[in-house]
Design a protein around this ligand. Structure first.
Ligand code: NAD
Length: 262
């Protein structure tokens, strides 16, 4: 049988980019997947693509809203009978310099990523603990949680918050057999919502290059010289939550073609 056969995954921000690729990979490996996203129509489209209600459902959830998070977790349990695997992926990057970063920018970044992933982990952990079957929580953090780059203070600070949530929850949930790990991607341009959101334009402006060249620009500064795509991050989620790494918790895996090591 496939390694994720019968597992039930709850993936936030799964209507686009890395979350969508992750949901697709987990479904291909036999998991049932809950596509939780701010954008319900897009979440439902992805769920339909993955095979419809027996395999995947779309739910509307603003991860920054505790009631919406609890309702989405309840919907997942009702639809599939439980939850085994949670991916905290929902996010956005405003990518602004310090002097342009408003209080609203700071709050939005932290509400969606630091608070949002906390709320999802908390609501899901209650289910995982009660089931007594262990489980996995994965955070899609960022290279920026560790390394400083330009024009990104609010985003990077909230990614560092997520990285510490990984370590704290690995310690707190370990006795329940729940593994908590993180992934630090960098430079995922193609296939993500980076251009539609304006984030790509901001990053390109920061580096003084054209938006269309951003993927190649990121690739050129890596050790491997290869662009990172959402599927590369999805592969890491699959491996981290599989049986081969059953003794690994509290780890962050870079998926960045080596840029953080260079
Ligand atoms: P994306 O824009 O393609 O997808 C993000 C998804 O999250 C969208 O579907 C959006 O609707 C959803 N979302 C946003 N706010 C939400 C909220 N409040 N509640 C629920 N859903 C919400 O972005 P992506 O590039 O796939 O990024 C996914 C994650 O990966 C983010 O956490 C991002 O910070 C992280 N990441 C991305 C990169 C990169 O280079 N693209 C690098 C490192 C980390």
């Amino acid at each position: 049988p496939k390694s994720h056969q019968g597992r039930i995954a709850f993936v936030t921000g799964a209507a686009s980019g890395i979350g969508r690729a992750t949901a697709t990979r987990l479904a291909a490996e036999g998991a049932c997947v809950v596509i939780a996203d701010l954008d319900l129509a897009a979440a439902e489209r992805v769920a339909a693509e993955l095979g419809g209600p027996d395999v995947a459902i779309g739910v509307a959830a603003n991860v920054a809203d505790p009631l919406a998070v609890r309702a989405a977790i309840d919907t997942a349990v009702l639809a599939f009978g439980g939850i085994d695997l949670v991916v905290n992926n929902a996010g956005l990057s405003l990518s602004k310099p310090l002097l342009d970063t408003t209080e609203h920018d700071w709050d939005l970044q932290h509400n969606v990523m630091a608070k949002g992933s906390f709320l999802v982990s908390q609501a899901a952990a209650a289910v995982l603990i009660a089931q007594r079957l262990g489980g996995d929580i994965v955070y899609i953090s960022s290279k920026n949680s560790v390394f400083a780059g330009p024009n990104n203070i609010a985003y990077s600070a909230t990614k560092a918050d997520q990285a510490h949530q990984v370590r704290l929850l690995a310690v707190e949930l370990g006795e329940h057999g729940i593994r908590v790990n993180g992934i630090n991607p960098d430079g995922v341009v193609r296939g993500s919502g980076i251009f539609a959101s304006g984030w790509g334009a901001n990053r390109a402006a920061t580096y003084g290059i054209a938006e269309k060249d951003l993927g190649q620009f990121y690739a050129n500064r890596t050790i491997l010289g290869r662009e990172v795509v959402p599927e590369n991050v999805a592969d890491a989620v699959f491996v981290l939550t599989g049986p081969e790494l059953s003794r690994t918790t509290g780890l962050h895996v870079p998926v960045d073609s080596g840029v953080a090591a260079a």
